[in-house]
Design a protein around this ligand. Structure first.
Ligand SMILES: C[S@@+](CC[C@H](N)C(=O)[O-])C[C@H]1O[C@@H](n2cnc3c(N)ncnc32)[C@H](O)[C@@H]1O
Length: 247
């Protein structure tokens, strides 16, 4: 587990790896699911031109996507090479309402400047996820919304994940919804909502987001721990899910 591993990552993946990261989602085999997911994220966020903080933005595909929709976006990442690639992509696309900062999301100085914030596949790289969630909480105005899109239980044990940790020295953790909800509530988020989100759930007939069976159950706060437990107990917990937290 090392922040230096995150910082050095781009240098280790080579030109092809960087090209893949920059061209996401279209360069990725999971493109269809990524587009579904960013669409759901957009649906959960307040409408543009809300001020959005994209935490652990990497090469910034989510930042650029949401800026093109009209959000006023600040992308944030600990890796200077990631941010340089994100800035170059932004300039190529000529997006004005998008800026990037290099910083550690576990100790941000933002204080109430944002209407919404996003961790898209990045919170599970935190050494201290409570500090990262606290940074997001501080950065939001009262009533501001944080959306997380993270892998659930089983991610860290996945052989591909373990290979990445061994090769690059990056941090990879399970980040199941029940954990995000528990930490978020401890920090002070007043409302939380879990969204079951998986293509496999659709195939199983259990549905996606709020429309599916689990999504409907998760609307009732009293049932959220049950839904989270079901997801974590079963193999569903291994699949990505989203959490919405309201300051
Ligand atoms: C799996 S990548 C996801 C990047 C981007 N959100 C995406 O979906 O393409 C995880 C990102 O988290 C960043 N990261 C890891 N630890 C961080 C920290 N402490 N502060 C800020 N960013 C961090 C990494 O540099 C990396 O860009």
């Amino acid at each position: 587990m090392s922040k230096q591993g995150e910082i050095d990552y781009v240098r280790h993946i080579g030109e092809a790896g960087l090209a893949h990261a920059v061209d996401k989602p279209f360069s990725d085999g999971g493109c269809a699911q990524m587009l579904v997911d960013i669409g759901i994220v957009m649906h959960l966020l307040p409408p543009p031109p809300a001020r959005l903080l994209d935490l652990g933005c990497g090469t910034g595909w989510t930042s650029a996507f949401l800026a093109r929709r009209g959000y006023d976006v600040t992308g944030q990442d600990i890796a200077p090479d990631m941010v340089a690639a994100a800035q170059a992509a932004r300039d190529r696309q000529g997006i004005a309402n998008l800026r990037f900062v290099v910083s550690d999301y576990e100790g941000l100085a933002f204080d109430g400047e944002f209407d919404c914030a996003l961790f898209f596949d990045s919170l599970h790289h935190a050494v201290d996820e409570e500090a990262a969630l606290r940074s997001a909480w501080r950065a939001l105005r009262p009533g501001g919304i944080l959306v997380t899109h993270e892998p659930g239980e089983g991610h860290a044990a996945n052989p591909a994940t373990q290979a990445a940790v061994a090769r690059y020295g990056v941090t990879e953790k399970d980040m199941p919804p029940r954990h995000i909800v528990a930490v978020g509530r401890r920090i002070g988020f007043s409302r939380t909502r879990i969204l079951v989100n998986s293509e496999r759930l659709v195939r199983l007939g259990l549905g996606i987001g709020e429309a599916g069976l689990l999504g409907k159950l998760a609307r009732y706060r009293a049932l959220q721990p049950l839904v989270a437990a079901a997801m974590n107990f079963s193999r569903w917990g291994r699949l990505g899910s989203m959490v919405v937290l309201v300051k």
